[in-house]
Write a protein that binds this ligand. Structure first.
Ligand code: ADP
Ligand code: MG
Length: 200
């Protein structure tokens, strides 16, 4: 299926920008209160560059989104989300089938893990992205199951103790709060489901 790239970029940007306060509030509990602002800045830049992005073939377009996020989001999340999109751009064919999406996401998650020296269980975005990659690889994913998994995995970061990123500085005090990057990943996954399922 050809990616509806313009709808994806418009909707992802709108939802992330609308969630900026929520994400920043989560980051104020266990970080430095900038995750929402960082992500908003990144996706505003993606919107500003949308004409140039859409002029490219899909893979190159996704790589450009990734580079824009690296440059504009900043913090720990910018290079990590940037790497995620850049790798998806490299790995996804122009008309991806579900198996291609599963393979591309697995590759992208592996690169994020390497770049963040992190893994599932550290109370980060990887606690949502890693299980999603495994779920897609199972071949049994539906839009409903993907949405449910993302919500469940973001929620599951609440009782975790952070061992990577700024929240790890808090040690035990990071327990009891949802990880902001897990929540932004959940939002992005929900958005992709909504757009691909034609629910908007
Ligand atoms: P910063 O922590 O530099 O202020 P942000 O607030 O934008 O950056 O992003 C914080 C989010 O980035 C965290 O909630 C977490 O999900 C994610 N994160 C931070 N460090 C890592 C890491 N090493 N591996 C994976 N994700 C990470
Ligand atoms: Mg922060």
């Amino acid at each position: 299926m050809a990616l509806p790239l313009e709808a994806l970029l418009d909707t992802l940007s709108a939802r992330i920008i609308a969630a900026a306060e929520e994400l920043t509030a989560l980051d104020s509990a266990i970080g430095d209160a900038d995750h929402g602002l960082n992500m908003k800045r990144g996706f505003e830049a993606v919107l500003a560059e949308k004409p140039a992005i859409l002029a490219k073939p899909p893979g190159e377009a996704l790589k450009t989104v990734g580079m824009t996020l690296v440059m504009k989001v900043g913090g720990a999340s910018g290079p990590l989300y940037g790497t995620l999109f850049m790798t998806l751009g490299k790995e996804l064919p122009d008309d991806p089938a579900p198996a291609d999406a599963a393979r591309a996401l697995a590759a992208a998650v592996a690169v994020v893990k390497a770049r963040g020296k992190s893994d599932v269980g550290c109370k980060t975005m990887l606690d949502v992205l890693g299980p999603l990659a495994d779920h897609l690889a199972s071949g049994a994913a539906s839009f409903a199951s993907v949405r449910a998994l993302a919500a469940e995995r973001a929620q599951a970061t609440v009782p975790m103790k952070a061992t990577r990123g700024r929240a790890s500085f808090l040690g035990e005090r990071s327990i009891g709060h949802m990880d902001p990057g897990a929540r932004s990943s959940q939002l992005m996954i929900e958005t992709v489901c909504d757009v691909l399922e034609g629910r908007l």
